[in-house]
Design a protein around this ligand. Sequence first.
Ligand SMILES: Cc1ncc(COP(=O)(O)O)c(C=O)c1O
Length: 398
Amino acid sequence: MAGFDLYGEEEKKSVMEVLETGCLFRYNHEHLRQGIWKARDLEALAKEYTGAKYAHMVSSGSTAVTTALSSAGIGFGDEVIVTPFTYIATIEAILWQGALPVFADIDETLCLSAEGIEKAITDKTKAVLLVHMCGAAADMDSIMPVIEKHNLTLVEDAGQALGAFYKGKSVGLFGKAGAFSFDFFKITTAGEGGLCITNDEKIYNYMHQISDHGHDHIGDNRGMEQHPILGTNFRISELNAAVGLAQMQKIETIRNNNRKNKAYLKSLLSAIDGVSFRAKLDEEGDSATFLNFFLKDTETAQKVMQQFAEDGLAGFNYWYTNMFHFINQWDHVKDLKMPFKMAIHHLGAPQDYHNLELPKAQEVIGKLISLGIKANWTEDELKVFGEKMVTSIKKVIG
Ligand SMILES: Cc1ncc(COP(=O)(O)O)c(C=O)c1O
């Protein structure tokens, strides 16, 4: 699953190069850095890999989502349609913008469905923050016509989906701006880090300016740069970028290993009656960080999770009860619990968060189990793990 599976000498060497120059800052200081620009090189690689015209690294996936929303013009009072199944950072980013989350339903793609989005649209809807969950793309063929028909701004939270493509196009490039995470658990890690991409020069300029106090990054005298807009500090450090760069150089190896290991385990599960898989998966475009499979219903999925635990099998995620990934556990969102007043306190929530009707999300996430795929399983380990997994499932569903 994580790039950390293949963490090694390359990452250490990359960090040491930065430490030896003493230039830990991504901008300026040409006299110190001996030609070493880790963040800049990482951005060049990210552009090449995703096919984006512009890429900008920031301090985390969370700040990347905030930067993407800000740069796309989403702010105070804007209603933003979003999924109830995501890491909480997605929702926090909307709230931090002073915008208002509107929860819509998902389907077996594990992402917002076109139907769910359509149902949630009101005359106040400004944007959709589309999350490509668990390593693969949403159903873009169905979603894009809805975005266009209603003239909505699309921003993509691809926090879990670097290396995912939809019919040949990288996630993050379908809307105005895309965001990815490089935290410890992702396909490529920087320890902490985030990536923003876009094909729009104006948005790119906002991205690098907003994440560095409005600096225009022109010239070599930082104190005398112009500040076309206000911003804040979401900068990535050169040390984190050094790790991210070494990992980015391995992304195809990690992805290929993931895909091979996932295909093997999926073939074992395919032979079990009563197990089915994430819908509309563009197999070729899958980053394969997760193998997502469904049992018949919530009760069965919970029993299977229990069996995995009893049989000592680790690596499975049951998001339905996870505190950070599914709305059922988000009382702090529903109660708007913050120590300061946000726009949503002032404007009021656009929905009754305590009484949302998202039946498909309840059904789909209830029956879903996600296995994190390891990029460094040996053939033997994979075989043993696969056999144990099948045995555990069969103990429950026969
Ligand atoms: C969908 C999604 N968005 C955003 C984030 C936030 O990324 P980070 O942990 O790098 O802040 C995550 C992290 O798991 C995520 O899964």
